[in-house]
Design a binder for this molecule. Structure first.
Ligand SMILES: [Mg+2]
Length: 263
């Protein structure tokens, strides 16, 4: 069994309930190295990824419109690319926007990769008997292609994608749906993700235990936030077992079947 030690300086600020039997994961920037692949897309277009901060700012604005249902996923990506070049003083026709976005997207797909700590964490949690879900904000076909390319298509007991469900994190409905599919109560589930608001706080507000994956270690969190913080996924199994007093090892998924399959 994979075992890790929780670094003392990263001790969580909230307790994980002993009854936790399921773990939900955000995908991008949590399991998948989103920055590496996105930077590869910029290098494909510009020969450099120096514009990463500008791209991130544009992504925040355009992704918010997508999640609000104001534009579909493919159109969002085209609008973002069009705006990106317009901000650099290059005003593209629609055909050139499509060509550049296709080149960028292909480069991003070629650069998809998992963080080094992702698979060991998933395997360790499975060995503990945890039920596993992916809960992610994206288009269904895009995100399922990513999970498949990374060999994760059969890793999870449930995959919940906002583009397929019509509801996105941080709305409590997507977290509650994940728990329903996994056959657990919200209090029996943890959700871990790189975004404090979308992932950890959203999960907490839905009744799950929120875990914020702060890989940079730069984030600040009020002590009464009711959220745990980890710096690497390698800390998650130890976080759960420490608070469970070892009881989680006795849990098993052998008799468990998902209540509902989302596909
Ligand atoms: Mg994320």
């Amino acid at each position: 069994m994979h075992r890790v030690t929780l670094a003392p300086e990263l001790s969580p600020v909230a307790s994980i309930p002993r009854e936790v039997v399921a773990v939900c994961f955000d995908v991008d920037a949590t399991l998948v190295d989103y920055e590496a692949s996105t930077r590869a897309g910029l290098r494909e277009l510009l020969g450099t990824d120096d514009a990463w901060p500008e791209w991130c700012a544009l992504t925040e604005a355009h992704y918010a419109r997508y999640l609000a249902g104001q534009v579909d996923f493919d159109m969002m990506r085209r609008h973002r690319t069009k705006d990106f070049f317009a901000c650099r003083g290059e005003h593209l026709c629609d055909g050139e926007v499509v060509r550049r976005e296709e080149r960028r997207a292909a480069a991003v797909r070629r650069a998809w990769k998992l963080f080094d700590d992702a698979l060991p964490c998933l395997r360790a949690l499975r060995a503990l008997g945890m039920r596993l879900a992916a809960v992610t904000n994206a288009a269904g076909d895009h995100q399922r292609a990513k999970l498949g390319a990374l060999g994760l298509e059969s890793t999870f007991d449930a995959v919940l994608i906002s583009g397929e469900l019509g509801v996105a994190k941080p709305h409590r409905a997507i977290f509650r749906r994940a728990c329903s599919v996994l056959g657990v109560r919200p209090a029996q589930a943890v959700h871990v993700g790189d975004r404090l608001d979308t992932d950890a706080e959203g999960a907490r507000d839905a009744g799950l235990h929120g875990v914020w994956l702060d890989r940079s270690g730069c984030g600040a969190l009020p002590h009464d936030a009711g959220i745990s913080v980890i710096g690497r996924l390698a800390e998650l199994p130890a976080l759960l077992t420490r608070h469970a007093g070892g009881q989680l090892v006795a849990q098993t998924t052998a008799q468990w079947k998902p209540a509902l399959v989302v596909d």
